[in-house]
Design a protein around this ligand. Sequence first.
Ligand code: PHE
Length: 407
Amino acid sequence: MKSRFVLSLLLVMAVLLTACQPAAAPATQAPATQASATQAPATQPTTEPAPATGGTLKIAILAPLSGGQPTFGISTRDGALLAIEEWNAKGGVLGMKIEAVVEDSQCEADPAVNAANKVVDQDKVHYIVGEVCSKASIPISEIATEKGILQISPTSTNVQVTKKVDGSTKPTVFRACFIDPFQGTVGAKFAVDNLKAKTAFVLFDQGNDYVRGLAEAFEESFTKLGGQVVGKETYTSQDTDFSAILAKVAEAKPDMIYLPDYYPIVNLVGAQAKEKGITVPMVGGDGWDSAELDVKAAENGYYTNHYSEQDTRPEVQDWVKNYGAKYSGAVPDALATLAYDATNLMLTAINSAGVDDPLAVAKALEGIKFDAVSGNITYDADHNPIKSAVIIQVKDGKKSWVATVSP
Ligand code: PHE
């Protein structure tokens, strides 16, 4: 694992050396090489869905359609619904038509718990795709564990989503994305090797599991790699004025700022930092991924993500076409893509289990090799896929894919 990671990082460096040539590559240019050596062709279950003979199988989609990060929920819902539509067009699953039950879980614990209880107790669903945000997925996973419901979070990256506090794995909880210890390491390696950062200032929301966990993962890796965290400040999700903590950043003169939060906070902090004349790059994580990321505020920044629509793999390009055709030319972000992947993964596992039984489907998932748009999925013992990350650069008002990093 370690040597493969080093090798992948070498590949990233090679890619970046190419991407950072003086007459900087046009923003839309894809990297010449992808670190895809580890992507062996996956075996897809060959069973075709049986023709519908009656009945319905319900899948709940729990996503933040309102609240602070609405683009996360809308993309997630649209990606998941497209997968369900395609399965229904092929005859459904296990002879049943698939019915989506969509609930707004707001990226927050309480609404997420209410939505999960509602779909399980009232709608009698056995399968949940969601939530997006770790802070909402963790409480949902407790309900799923207690009630034996199969949950796949498309995008929640915090370790505790699939793992209990005692360290054991939640038997019916999975995710379709990598985890934050990997994402934080990729960000730190990138900062040290490519941005040549020796010092970093970390800004994070103590009350958000994802933000706090990713900040910790970054700090640990950055320090191990010889970097120094010269300052750390916290804020809350309600804050709008960051001048006090940005004054501390200005004073510390770090080589970079690590800001692993969701796009609305990045927009505020980025704009206020620029007003203060702070020009060092900001680096963040998948939470930056939104059509509403303010590219002016995030200019000169980088973030780790699950997928880029600029990836030249034919699976990605076909998906971009397919999604655009369905949703009036919209470009699928990582949320839409992972929701599509998670839903397909779930339906494929139900189909190969051959029975509507969350425990049997969980067993099928444990042994699956699934060729997702966002990369191949096989599970480790903690129900985490071993998958690559991409690095996106915000430059001249555009978001460009600069590298793919394999574990
Ligand atoms: N990874 C984030 C979390 O766990 C959610 C997220 C994923 C947001 C992808 C944007 C894009 O909370």
